[in-house]
Design a protein around this ligand. Structure first.
Ligand SMILES: NC(=O)c1ccc[n+]([C@@H]2O[C@H](COP(=O)([O-])OP(=O)(O)OC[C@H]3O[C@@H](n4cnc5c(N)ncnc54)[C@H](OP(=O)(O)O)[C@@H]3O)[C@@H](O)[C@H]2O)c1
Length: 266
């Protein structure tokens, strides 16, 4: 690789926060960002997964630090923002990845689960962005804007409820819309805001679907034109693009990263 192409995708010297960054899709993103030279703070509930991630990444170019956080409460969001404000001069990258899934028949959907899904998938990212704006704008410039990457879902782009994922699909459609609104409002403050709408990636969430519905795993593999689930290279690589010099001109985008599943379904 030439120096010029390395510069295009390098994240050396950058600092990122990845919520839910020690498991599933978040872990794939954390590992790739650290490999690209980024210092990553991982915020999630499980201390075991968080410290394991810190240990696994001790020898690579960037660094990983775990901060135990429950983002389902306002106090948890504020405590994380306060921790970062006390320990960092600036934040270059925020990946809003932590999320939860729920699906039930229309008549069986409860208000409690509805609120839990909307709270973690939509309210937490909004108020985290609000609380972290001073850090995100601290060294952002027109040439090197700060980056927010929201993890949406193809569930927020498809017309189907996918087995009754009403709250989930609405939370993801809303985070896509929030991405567009914030991209517009934050452009003058040199913060780019983009969303990735993943298709199927290996995680506890997707393992849960496949365990609940016999045959679904094989059916999905057949329906995805790429005939495979997404990988670290797919989601990590696209996140590195969005957060590096290569992606500096892009804001307000929502990209389905799904091996062609959404296009094939239309
Ligand atoms: N996997 C897919 O195919 C797929 C497809 C489309 C979209 N997505 C989206 O990708 C994101 C990651 O999902 P995943 O598939 O990787 O699922 P996952 O394995 O269930 O991961 C969920 C992550 O969120 C964290 N989390 C959950 N509740 C939290 C809370 N209250 N406070 C802080 N962190 C919390 C979890 O960490 P702790 O348990 O340690 O808190 C975990 O790291 C989600 O936004 C999901 O909607 C995934």
């Amino acid at each position: 690789m030439t120096d010029r192409s390395e510069d295009l995708f390098s994240l050396a010297g950058k600092t990122a926060l990845v919520t839910g960054g020690a498991k599933g899709i978040g872990a794939l993103i954390t590992r790739t960002l650290v490999d690209a030279g980024c210092n990553v703070i991982v915020a999630a509930r499980s201390a075991a997964a968080g410290t394991d991630m810190e240990a696994t990444l001790a020898e690579v170019p960037g660094r990983c630090r775990f901060v135990a956080s429950d983002l389902s409460t306002t106090a948890g969001v504020q405590a994380l923002a306060a921790n970062l404000s006390e320990t960092l001069p600036a934040l270059d990258i925020l990946v809003n990845n932590a999320g939860t899934f729920d699906a039930a028949p229309l008549e069986a959907t409860s208000a409690e689960r509805w609120d839990a899904v909307l709270t973690l998938n939509l309210r937490a990212p909004f108020f985290l962005i609000q609380a972290l704006l001073p850090l995100l704008t601290a060294r952002a410039t027109a040439a090197e804007p700060a980056r927010i990457v929201n993890i949406g879902s193809i569930g927020g782009l498809m017309p189907q409820s996918n087995g009754g994922a009403y709250a989930y699909g609405c939370s993801k459609a809303a985070i896509h819309q929030l991405t567009r609104m914030l991209a517009s409002d934050l452009k003058p403050r040199h913060v780019n805001v983009n969303a990735i709408a993943p298709g199927y990636f290996p995680s506890d969430m997707t393992n849960g679907f496949f365990a609940a519905v016999p045959g679904l795993r094989d059916k999905m593999l057949e329906s995805i034109p790429a005939h495979r689930f997404g990988s670290a290279e797919d989601i990590g690589g696209f996140t590195v693009f969005l957060c590096s010099r290569a992606g500096a001109y892009l804001t307000g985008s929502i990209t389905a990263l799904d091996g062609g599943l959404l296009t094939a379904a239309q």
